[in-house]
Design a protein around this ligand. Structure first.
Ligand code: C2E
Ligand code: CA
Ligand code: CA
Length: 734
């Protein structure tokens, strides 16, 4: 069809005479036909659109490609038709305008881009068009001709490239901004280990100016040898292996230690895959480390006193046992403050805290250099002594500790006296464990506390005491027998009215007349009686005997004063004797005594740990008129605040407090106890009054009754009777 372009109906309008029909098939070129042949080939085979137009911009000739482009199929059909037949009105108008302009001016338009032209396929295409005036042989402009090349693919590639470049630019800018504003220090190091870039965070972290950083190695920047070594080693490793590494580093900058986690990332050249430079991204872990350390500290430190806590102590004991090997040069001092609970409850927890802190301070001062002072809990402290010369040295430390606590503490404007009971356990080489040492020291501490000393003191744990386990079994047998053979006796200690020394009652105290060991005080056997449950029958016996004795004194003094009888009740009796209430009622009724004459002494611990059974006794008996007194007040663990919940008629201030009066000035606690007891309608009995000063001070403080060696020792029944018989003796007022 393309071959017909020049020969079809349009052939008649052919303007030039140069062309002639190409009949000849000879190899020789027919010169007269050459122009036509060339034009024919040009129009039929050109990939570019070629077209000729008349002065009215109607097509004169068009190439086959142009026909394909416009969708005309056959170029011959285009002849005489305007652009508007193939393109949108707008595009056609633009085309006409340009062509008119070319004809008017006689100048060409080259590489004019016509985009958004629509081909029949509907694809958006872009043409690069060059148009020229079409002149006849006389040079007159008779139209235009043009060549349009489809540059869509190139254009697309170009704009894609532009877009990609823009995107790269944008990403680059953003990255740069991210790096510049990143709180994480970042830098780049070259193959000579010199810094070629550092972001502001890096400069800020190091406290160096960019001048001091850029172009320098870490060593030249003035960091420590260690940090320099660590950093450069990491850089070298990346250079050698081509793989990234991550390191935890620490450096000193601006006078503080900084912890970094740094990743060293290789930057590789595209061509050779060689590490061109190394990018470092650090994370400042200093704050996190600080918090971690603080947390770790907290886990092993007592927050109040700052001393190591139990956890740290135990691990240090274990270490010390290891280090000590079998030399046995290790001691543990278990220290418990005496009566701390009362200070805490009486003066308030803030004062208690203040006191504990102050005690901690003194302990630290008192121990040898290198000894570990730990807070074990509450008012318990432990001192770990290593490398002792001998046992005596542990005792010396204990003495120093006791002495250090002697001067009064001033807390919240008050003078508070403190003492401590200390138990000492010595290591027995590798057979010792942290647990065994703590247990032994604790046991020895209880021994110290239970000892007569009112000012605290220390005790060594006696390994021999373990043998007492065996002895206890024997003792238990003997106790059983003692009950059957009536080896128990009661002695009676007068209780006097403090104001005038008048005897108002007696406390029954048990003794054991042991066939071989002589007269034993209750401390020797009550514990075992308690543990074995024998205290229940023994206690019944004491109750019965004391009531019978009281009735006897009544009978001997028909007109005399009626005394009260105080009987000690063990915790076990209170909590485990289901017949206690009946036993009390029987003892009273058998001896025709009014219930108000009997006072049962119970310890605060027994009351506060009361079982439901004990609780019911504590309610039933007072309801029946029997009185209760809280014995040994202040040595247990109860608080003043609990007092109001206890149905007791009297409170017996422990002799430890009384001993502390005057001489030690421990008045604050006694004042608090007396005031509160009175406010709750209770009487106060002071135990263990031994001196006239103590009595005077107690009187001053408003204490009601007293009991103690100042007035009388515990007496045998006969001695007590004669005391009552003697009109002067009935009043024990020295
Ligand atoms: P407790 O009830 O505190 O008895 C007072 C203790 O203090 C008595 O010791 C008494 O002899 C002693 N004492 C009295 N005045 C003074 C003094 O001025 N200075 C000093 N340093 N001590 C003084 P005892 O007789 O050895 O009794 C010890 C504990 O045994 C009693 O302490 C009591 O808890 C218990 N106990 C005594 N008899 C019985 C009983 O029949 N049954 C029960 N369950 N326990 C008893
Ligand atoms: Ca008592
Ligand atoms: Ca007591």
């Amino acid at each position: 069809m393309a071959a017909d372009t020049g020969d079809g109906e349009a052939g008649a309008r052919r303007a030039d005479a140069a062309a002639a029909p190409g009949e000849a098939r000879e190899p020789a070129v027919d010169e007269s036909e050459l122009d036509r042949i060339c034009l024919h080939n040009l129009l039929s085979a050109s990939a570019d659109n070629i077209y000729f137009k008349d002065r009215d911009s109607n097509f004169l000739r068009a190439s086959a490609s142009a026909a394909a482009y416009t969708g005309a199929k056959d170029p011959a059909t285009m002849i005489g038709r305007p652009a508007s037949a193939y393109f949108t009105e707008e595009q056609a108008a633009a085309t006409v305008e340009i062509e008119q302009m070319i004809m008017r001016t006689g100048t060409a338009v080259t590489d004019h881009e016509e985009s958004h032209m629509r081909s029949p396929t509907g694809d958006e295409v872009c043409l690069s068009t060059s148009k020229q005036p079409l002149r006849d042989f006389d040079g007159r402009i008779i139209g235009t001709f043009g060549i349009s090349r489809d540059i869509t693919a190139r254009k697309n590639a170009e704009s894609e490239l532009v877009a990609r470049t823009a995107e790269l630019d944008r990403v680059g800018r953003e990255l740069r901004m991210l790096i510049d504003t990143s709180p994480d220090p970042m830098s780049r190091f070259d193959r000579e280990l010199r810094c070629s870039y550092a972001n502001p965070a890096a400069a800020e972290l190091t406290g160096l100016s960019l001048d001091a950083i850029l172009g320098h190695t870490i060593g030249e920047m003035g960091f420590s040898a260690q940090f320099t070594r660590d950093w450069d080693d990491a850089l070298r490793e990346v250079l050698e292996t081509g793989a990234g590494v991550e390191r935890e580093l620490s450096l000193l900058a601006g006078g503080r230690e900084i912890f970094l986690n740094t990743r060293f990332v290789p930057e590789v050249t595209e061509e050779e895959g060689r590490v061109r430079s190394i990018l470092t991204v650090s994370r400042d872990l200093t704050e996190r480390r600080r918090i971690e350390q603080a947390l770790a500290e907290r886990a092993v430190r007592d927050p109040l006193t700052g001393l190591p806590n139990r956890t740290l102590l135990v691990s240090r004991i274990k270490q010390a046992i290891e280090l000590d090997a079998d030399r046995g040069r290790l001691a543990l001092l278990f220290l418990d403050l005496d009566r701390f609970k009362l200070v805490n409850d009486g003066l308030g927890h803030a004062v208690g805290d203040e006191l504990l802190t102050a005690v901690a301070g003194r302990l630290r001062q008192a121990v040898r250099r290198g000894d570990l002072v730990a807070r074990f809990g509450g008012d318990e402290f432990v001192v770990l002594c290593e490398n002792l010369e001998d046992q005596r040295e542990a005792a010396v430390v204990a003495e120093h500790v006791c002495q250090s606590l002697t001067p009064p503490f001033s807390c919240a404007g008050k003078q508070v006296h403190m003492s401590a009971s200390i138990g000492i356990a010595l290591s027995e080489g590798r057979s010792s464990t942290a647990d065994s040492l703590l247990r032994d020291a604790d046991a020895a501490m209880y021994e110290a506390k239970a000892s007569e000393s009112a000012t605290g003191g220390y005790r060594f744990f006696a390994p021999a005491a373990r043998k007492t386990v065996v002895r206890r079994v024997d003792l238990e047998h003997e106790l059983r027998r003692a009950g059957e053979q009536s080896e128990f006796e009661l002695v009676y200690q007068p209780v006097v009215e403090l104001a005038d020394g008048r005897v108002t009652g007696a406390e029954a105290l048990i003794r054991w007349r042991h066939p071989e060991r002589g007269l034993l005080p209750p401390a020797e056997f009550i514990g075992i009686a308690e543990d074995s449950g024998l205290v229940i029958p023994i206690g019944r016996w004491a109750l019965e005997t004391a009531c019978r004795q009281l009735a006897e004194w009544d009978r001997a003094q028909p007109t005399g004063r009626r005394l009260n009888m105080a009987v000690n009740l063990s915790p076990r009796q209170l909590s485990h004797d289901p017949d206690l209430v009946d036993a009390v009622a029987n003892a009273l009724s058998r001896n025709a005594l009014p219930s108000s004459r009997l006072c049962l002494e119970v310890t605060e611990t027994a009351v506060h740990r009361a079982s439901p059974l004990a609780r019911s006794s504590l309610e039933t008996l007072p309801a029946a008129g029997v009185q209760f007194a809280l014995d040994d007040y202040g040595t247990g663990f109860s608080s003043l605040a609990h007092l109001r919940d206890v149905p007791v008629a009297a409170l017996k201030v422990d002799r430890l407090f009384v001993a502390g009066l005057g001489a030690r000035g421990d008045d604050a606690i006694v004042v608090a106890v007396i005031t509160l007891a009175h406010a709750l309608g209770m009487k106060v009995v002071a135990e263990g009054v031994e001196t006239a000063q103590q009595r005077a001070r107690l009187l001053e403080l408003g204490c009601d009754y007293g009991q103690g060696f100042l007035f009388s020792l515990p007496l045998e029944p006969e001695a007590f009777s004669s005391l009552l018989d003697d009109p002067a003796g009935a009043c024990l007022n020295p």
